[in-house]
Design a protein around this ligand. Sequence first.
Ligand code: SF4
Length: 232
Amino acid sequence: MDHEQIARTVEALSPEDALAYLLGTTDASRACLTCSFQAEDMIVLDLLRKKVPDVPVLFLDTGYHFANTYEYRDRMTKDWSLNLVNVLPKQTVEQQESQFGILNRTNPTQCCQLRKVEPLMQALEPYEIWFTGLRREQSPTRKNLKKAEEHRLPSGKALLKVSLLADWTWSQVWGYVGAKQLDYLPLYDQGYLSIGCEPCTAIPEDPNNPRSGRWGGKKLECGIHTFSERTE
Ligand code: SF4
């Protein structure tokens, strides 16, 4: 699989066409999607599940998500018959808090490393294609995102990271949700714009900067999209 050639081709294609091309040129049985059940993830999943109904849906279950997120995850898993893979950290919340205290207050980088990054690194090992719902507009840290990028995991394994909606705007996201009448995470109706773990997610003061509501504006990324090395 020539990742460079695939990346060049995919960059010019719509999400639907890119997906058709990728599934025709790669092994769909080695694809997965990381999904936090935010709107972008659900759009990618809606496109993907129609072609690969049993695609593994990796949910990083930190134990700190909103109750609404867990309820929505379970509802959509049932309604869409998803192949949900609940990715768990080594320690439960109780074990971690008893050993380290409440890291999301004292050291969120370590907390994300233990509860998201390390479990994801392991969970990605069996796959060749990693679909995400990332968009360039979401954050300055994502402005150079390509629709398809070769990434290398810390183990040395290379895989293709695909963000079909990389060039989509916020209004395109909600245009798709409305047109397809997708059920969406109810927290959006309360004013949340970027939704992760409950202790680290707030309604952003600046609606033009959705991720300013994450980690009290002190950081922009949890690390799951920065730990792997882009190789091109
Ligand atoms: S987002 Fe917050 S609670 Fe979730 S893993 Fe990171 S620091 Fe911990």
